[in-house]
Design a binder for this molecule. Structure first.
Ligand code: HEC
Length: 147
C-alpha cells in the first residue's frame, strides 16, 4: 500500500516537473528566436535613420533571420506556455491563434518580398518599413507593454 502510494507520488511529481520544464523550454525558445530578430533588425533600423551607411549584405542577413525565425514562431505558443519563464505574451494570443499565425506568415511573406527588392538604398528605404511594421503591430496587441 505504502509502496504503491509512494510510486504514484513519484509519478505525479515527475509528470508535473516534466510539464513545467517543457513549457519553460518553449517560452525560452520563442524568446530566443524573437531576440535574434530584434538584434538582426537593429542595423537596418539604424540605416533607416541614416545613423550608419546602407549595407545590403547586413540587410539581407537580417531578412534571412526574420524569415527563418518567424516561420518557426507560430508553433511555439502551446497551451501550456501561457505563463512562466517571465513571458511577456498576453493571454489574448491563445484566444486569437489564427490571427497570430497569420501575422507571422505575413511577416515571412513581406521579408521574402523585401529580399528581392532591397538591392539599393532607395528601395531599402521604401521596403524595410513594410517588414518592420509587422513587429510593432503584433507587440501592441499581444505583448505586455514595456513600462
Ligand atoms: C505575431 C506577433 C509578433 C510579431 C509579428 C513579432 N513579435 Fe516580437 N514578440 C511577440 C510576443 C508575443 C513576444 C513576447 C514573447 C514571450 O515573452 O513569450 C515578443 C517578444 C519580442 C522580443 C523580446 C524577446 C525576449 O527576449 O523576451 C523581441 C526583441 C521581439 N519580439 C522582436 C520582434 C521583431 C524585431 C519583430 C519583427 C521583425 C517581431 N518581434 C515580430 C510577438 C510578435
Amino acid at each position: 500500500m505504502l509502496r504503491t502510494l509512494m510510486a504514484s507520488i513519484v509519478l505525479v511529481l515527475a509528470t508535473a516537473t516534466g510539464a513545467w520544464t517543457q513549457n519553460v523550454d518553449v517560452i525560452k525558445q520563442r524568446q530566443d528566436l524573437l531576440e535574434q530578430m530584434g538584434k538582426a533588425a537593429k542595423g537596418p533600423g539604424q540605416m533607416m535613420k541614416q545613423e550608419i551607411p546602407f549595407d545590403e549584405p547586413t540587410v539581407q542577413a537580417a531578412l534571412d533571420t526574420v524569415i527563418a525565425n518567424a516561420a518557426k514562431l507560430p508553433g511555439l505558443f502551446p497551451e501550456d506556455s501561457k505563463t512562466g519563464g517571465e513571458t511577456e505574451a498576453l493571454p489574448a494570443i491563445w484566444e486569437n491563434k489564427a490571427d497570430v499565425t497569420s501575422r507571422y506568415e505575413k511577416l515571412v511573406a513581406d521579408a521574402k518580398a523585401a529580399k528581392v527588392a532591397v538591392s539599393d538604398e532607395f528601395e531599402f528605404m521604401e521596403t524595410w518599413p513594410k517588414v518592420a511594421g509587422n513587429c510593432g503591430g503584433c507587440h501592441k496587441k499581444y505583448r505586455v507593454e514595456k513600462k
